[in-house]
Design a protein around this ligand. Sequence first.
Ligand SMILES: [Zn+2]
Length: 82
Amino acid sequence: MKCPFCGKDDTRVIDSRPADENTSIRRRRVCDSCGKRFTTYEKVETIPLIVIKKGDVREPYDRAKIEAGVFRACHKRPVSAE
Ligand SMILES: [Zn+2]
């Protein structure tokens, strides 16, 4: 998975555990390039949500994009990774 901090692909999982009352898997990952850590969640896909983008372009909802955006927004701010 691509690192949300430096964009490199060489990240690995360092911890996996059930989350959200066992409806998802929470994974802690570390980037071997920049050393930063981040969390991903694996969930069952149930509802095919569509996002309407600028210019009326439609694309499938991607939770990872929201998370990556939040990580980017918090980068170098006093917000913990948790
Ligand atoms: Zn990185």
